[in-house]
Every structure is written in C-alpha cells, then in structure tokens.
Design a binder for this molecule. Structure first.
Ligand code: UD1
Length: 440
C-alpha cells in the first residue's frame, strides 16, 4: 500500500568544514524496546535522555492503543501501565513501525491474547520475524498467521525453555528476553545479539527485579518471576549511531568535531577504522574528538553484528569513502539490500561500482550538489554527509525517514557551522510505503 505524502527537504550548501562540540541524544534503538518493556509492569515508568523522534511518538501510539498513558516532555518520558492491557495494538500504528513486533513478547508474558500485523520486508531487505515467532513458540505460545495477521495466545502462560537463535537478531533477542522474564521457570537464550542496546534493556529489566544472568558471551539465563515493578527512573544510553554520524560529518568536511555525552567504547570499531584512514581520534570518558589530518587513506569495511562494524553506519562511511585517497570497499553482510544510497551518491558524482554485496568506492571525488532522495533513515544520513562535502547545493528529500531516527540532526549540524536548513519548499511528492516501515 502506498501513500503520497509531501516531505520537507533538507537543503545544504556544502564545502564548509565543520568545527565545534555537539551533544548526542539518547539511543533510538534503546528507547524503543525500553518503551515496549513497560507493558511488563503495572505502574509508573520514567525515562530520561529520551530522544525526540517520530519513532518514539509512534511507539507511544502503540502503547496508548493498549491502554497505557504516555507523555514526553523534552528528554523525559513517563509511561503509566494499567493493571489490564488491551489485546490489539492499533494495527495502523504497528504497520508503520517494524519495532512494533516488540510488543508481542511482553503481551504474551502478561498472559494476553494478541492480534498484530505481521511486519513485511522493507527497502533494505526481507526482514522476517521467524526467530521471534519460533522462540515464542518454544516458550509455549500458540501462534497462527492468517491474512498477514499474527494471532497469538498461551493456554496456561509462558514456560521457560532452551532457545538458540539461528542468528543473533537484535529484535529477536529483545522480544524473547521480555517474554522470558515473566515465564514460569528458567530460560536459556543462546546466540543472543550483543548490541549495547540489548544491555540497556537488560539493565532496565533488572531494575524492575527481573532475574537475568549472562552465563556465556552470547548466552543468557533468565529465571522467570511472577511480577515486575517499575524502578524510580532510567536514563537511556547515548545513541552510538548518531555519535558516529556526527563524527563523520567532521571527517568528511575536513573539520574537527567533538561529540559529547557519548560512550566511546560502543564505537571502538568505527574509531579504529577512522584511525586507519589517518584521522586523529581522542577519547575521554564521555566524549570523542576527531582531529584534522592530512592523511586520508582508503579502507575496507565489512558490516557485522556487534561488536563488528554497524550496518547502521555503513551508508555514512560510504559517503566518507568518496573523499578518501584510493579504492575503498564496503561489504554489507547484515541486510541483503542496503545499498540504495549508492544511486543517490552517484547523482552527486560519486564513483562507485557494486559487485554482489560489495561496493567499490574510488576517491577522492569532487562531489557536486544535486537533488537526492533518502530511501531509509541511514541512507538519508549518508546523503546529508555527502551533501556537506559537495560543492554547491544539495537537497535531500524523504526527510520523514531522518526525523524518525535522528533528534534534530540539522540543528546539531548547524551548531557545528553547517549551512543546512529544513524547508517546506520546494516540496516534492514522494512515495512511501506505509506498510512496512523503512526506517531502521
Ligand atoms: C535492529 C535495529 C536496526 C539495525 C539492526 C541490525 C532496532 C529498532 N533496529 O533491527 O537499526 O540495523 O538491528 O543491527 O533496534 N532476521 C531474520 N529473522 C528474524 C529476525 C532477523 O532472518 O526473525 C535477519 C534480518 O532479516 C537481518 C538480520 O537478521 O538480515 C539482522 O536483523 P535484526 O538484528 O533482527 O535487526 P532488527 O532488530 O530488525
């Protein structure tokens, strides 16, 4: 199903080096599972360092449709969970957001019968949820899929089990973890994802009195409890993808940028790659500084599950590669179709060729401003970075993707001296798929 919408464009006058300091917001990929975890415990939940994103508003809409109250005031967000939950999250809200599948585990854990739309594939790949469903079946849920709807229930509540994920899915780990904390008995969850956002969720679940132990590097032992209780508050971890994007904005424009309020150890692989290119990186406890360097060597990156190179920084790094000396390459191994930004980078005169899942980028190229379209959130971020380096004006369309996952990106770039404006004109109609969403 398609809907024609108009989306404001981001208009960039490129070629200016960015300088200065900028603060990172809370992590989108943390706050979404945290919000769905509020379904597990009746009472008042309070989160700090919450980014202002349309994805957060949409997650709030899903919770509201299940009878919860949510209110965000700046970086503080309150959720009140009633004793009884609704069983049908608003299908239109769930369809707009793939992370909506994360309400399935918690709702089943609370003994609810659930009906929710099956998320489909999206622009970056098929993105099935088979691991979520297989795991929930192992925990005793009965699941049926009819007309793209998941009908889920449990006869006598969830029961602990042994589950091995066939690949370390982030969402799969989160959904099963949230289901297992209230299941009867012990669950061993193996081959889990290790993204920092998983550990933020574990930290919140533990604050609610969940019993979770990491028994091996990729293994959790969860002992189900009868009831969870919200803690006084929780602060969302910093967004490592936003931090990386802002650092690369400094790198691509030959500037010097310091990102503050971040967690440098969550970005080790990116920082090592930037050092390999020749950039000088200094880190403190909660900041990272990227210093100018005359050396800008080509590199190879291969995306992988954490602690590998994050797929969510691939498009931004590819934009940077257009400015490195020599032939760089990017191999995408997490999603099968995550190169949609390449055709748009080529509009800016980037020299890129693709063979199978590897892109070869020749640099340095003098990029030239043009109109480009963000096909998903991180592709959009890559195009913004390329626009900052390009000569002349670049308009990035499809900015509804960017505001789903970046809190005031253009404002933060302005702070660093970028000439970038979000404007309603010129407006250009774009097609977006309402179901499923293409922000990741
Ligand atoms: C999360 C992040 C997203 C990031 C991705 C990979 C959120 C809200 N989104 O997405 O930004 O790009 O991790 O780091 O946290 N897969 C299956 N079966 C499943 C589940 C996944 O085959 O049941 C496959 C997917 O198609 C994909 C790979 O596993 O190829 C990784 O997906 P997954 O880790 O589940 O990503 P998400 O949780 O959707």
């Amino acid at each position: 199903m398609h809907e024609k919408i108009t989306s404001p464009s981001l208009n960039i006058k490129g070629g200016q080096p960015l300088y200065g300091e900028v603060c990172v917001s809370g992590a989108k990929n943390s706050v979404l599972p945290l919000l769905f975890s509020t379904l597990l415990a009746e009472g008042e939940h309070e989160f700090h360092n919450v980014p202002c994103l349309t994805d957060v508003t949409m997650a709030g809409d899903i919770l509201t449709s299940l009878g919860l109250f949510t209110k965000q005031e700046g970086p503080r967000l309150r959720v009140i969970t009633p004793p009884e939950l609704g069983k049908c999250p608003d299908p239109s809200a769930v369809k707009k957001m793939r992370a909506g599948i994360l309400c399935l585990g918690p709702l089943l854990a609370r003994g609810n019968e659930v009906q929710l739309p099956l998320p489909g594939g999206c622009v970056i790949g098929k993105r099935p949820v088979d691991l979520h469903l297989e795991g929930l079946r192992k925990l005793g849920a009965s699941l049926e899929i009819k007309d793209n709807l998941i009908y889920a229930k449990t006869e006598k509540g969830l029961k602990g089990s042994e589950i091995t994920l066939k690949l370390p899915s982030v969402g799969g780990t989160e959904n099963l973890l949230m289901a297992a904390v209230l299941a009867e008995g012990k669950t061993r969850l193996q081959n889990i994802a290790l993204e920092p956002e998983i550990f933020d969720l574990i930290s919140y679940l533990k604050k609610m009195s969940a019993l979770i132990k990491q028994t091996a590097p990729r293994e959790l032992l969860i002992e189900g409890v009868e009831k969870l209780t919200p803690p006084p508050s929780h602060s969302v971890i910093p967004d490592r993808i936003e931090a990386g994007t802002l650092l690369m904005a400094g790198a691509i424009t030959k500037g010097e940028v310091t990102v503050k309020n971040c967690e440098p150890k969550h970005l080790t692989v990116l920082l090592n790659k930037l050092k390999e290119c020749g950039f000088i990186i200094e880190t403190g406890e909660t900041h990272i500084a990227l210093k100018k360097s005359s050396v800008r060597k080509s590199v190879h990156i291969k995306t992988h599950y954490y602690p590998g190179f994050p797929t969510d920084l691939q498009a931004q790094f590819m934009a940077l590669m257009t400015q490195l000396e020599g032939l760089s390459s990017v191999e995408e191994t997490v999603f099968e179709n995550r190169f949609r930004h390449i055709s748009e980078l080529k509009r800016l005169k980037a020299d890129i060729e693709v063979t199978n899942q590897t892109a070869h980028i020749k640099g340095p190229t003098l990029l030239k401003g043009a109109n480009v379209e963000a096909t998903d959130l991180r592709a959009g971020a890559g195009l913004v970075l390329a626009g900052l380096a390009a000569e002349g004006e670049t308009s990035v369309f499809g900015t509804h993707h960017l505001i789903r996952g970046y809190d005031n990106l253009h404002g933060k770039l302005q702070t660093l001296g970028a000439s970038i404006d979000l404007s309603d004109s010129p407006k250009k109609p774009v097609n977006i798929e309402i179901s499923p969403e293409n922000a990741v």
